[in-house]
Design a protein around this ligand. Structure first.
Ligand code: FUB
Length: 306
């Protein structure tokens, strides 16, 4: 009997491809953004510091983690704080890091100190772990620029994508999805801000490409499901393709990141269900395998908590 149990335990451990969820049980993390550099995945996440799930988000900084196999993770501590942007009041909401020509650009959501509402800034560093510093000294996107002043959090959740021709694009938004080209510097917009037509859009855009298909996933409704659309062009039109995952546990937000790493595909998200004290303002990052169908559609993600 003992021998049987030992063999079963060995098989379970040795065949498991991923670390157990949640990935970082010792700290509350949200809004994962994953970046593959060589043989390593870097995972950036906001830290949920709220003491309970009653009031609102308390988020001051972004944490960094890395892994070469998605089984063991190294924790790197806070890599960037909302207050590292001198023009920001606080609120380290969703972000994404991208590499261009050996530099790492970190697009972040923060609350602006003097312009009403949230804004998007960009920091730059020479390595995936920084050190990072504000690349502009001012916001890249503010509420004033998009003139929808009735919602002060509509300019949040940046997702950055560099196309095969080297052109970079910034996507973002809550309720009103938008995108714009970035200049080669990665720190200035290049041309007008464009509106996107995405059904039942809430927030959390993530753009990626697989084979010759562009994918735009986003949080839909509230509580949020992650859904996705595809296009043959980065400038659309985007065709709605369906649901990727259902509401993640007891957190109404869900915020995904999708990557390919060492020939396999992965779906990172946050959930409130993974911890006894988890919930809307105390979330935990998790990861699941992601599978494409031959026609380019994506199979529904099965969460560990289901
Ligand atoms: O974490 C704060 C906000 O909640 C993010 O910016 C949204 O995507 C949602 O996850």
């Amino acid at each position: 009997m003992k021998k049987h149990l030992a063999i079963t335990a060995f098989l379970l451990t040795s065949t498991s491809l991923l670390a157990a969820n949640p990935l970082f049980p010792e700290v509350r993390t949200a809004d994962p953004a994953a970046l593959v550099v060589g043989d390593t995945v870097y995972l950036y996440a906001g830290q949920d510091e709220a003491k309970d799930n009653k009031t609102f988000f308390v988020m001051n900084q972004w944490l960094g983690f890395s892994s070469k196999d998605l089984k063991t993770w190294q924790r790197h501590g806070p890599l960037l704080k909302a207050k590292d942007f001198s023009w920001a009041k606080g609120d380290a909401w969703a972000s994404q890091v991208i590499e261009k020509e050996g530099k790492f650009y970190w697009y972040v959501t923060v609350r602006h100190a003097s312009i009403n509402g949230f804004a998007i800034g960009v920091a730059v560093g020479d390595s995936p772990l920084g050190p990072f510093k504000d690349a502009r000294g001012s916001a890249l996107i503010t509420n004033d620029m998009t003139t929808d002043t009735e919602i002060d959090w509509d300019d949040i959740d940046p997702s950055v994508f560099i196309d095969d021709d080297g052109q970079a694009y910034l996507f973002w938004g809550n309720t009103k999805p938008r995108y714009a080209k970035l200049k080669a510097s990665m720190t200035e917009l290049d041309g007008p801000i464009q509106k996107l037509d995405l059904p039942n859009f809430t927030e959390a855009i993530w753009v990626h490409k697989k084979a010759d298909m562009y994918y735009l996933s986003y949080a839909s409704g509230f509580p949020e499901k992650i859904v996705y659309a595809t296009s043959k062009s980065i400038s659309g039109p985007w065709q709605y393709r369906g649901i990727l995952n259902e509401v993640a546990g007891n957190s109404p937000t869900n915020h995904q990141a999708i990557i390919e790493f060492k020939g396999k595909d992965y779906f990172f998200y946050h959930t409130g269900a993974a911890q006894p004290d988890g919930g809307e303002f105390r979330r935990s990052v998790a990861v699941e395998p992601l599978y494409y169908n031959p026609d380019g559609s994506i199979k529904r993600i099965i969460m560990t908590s289901e």
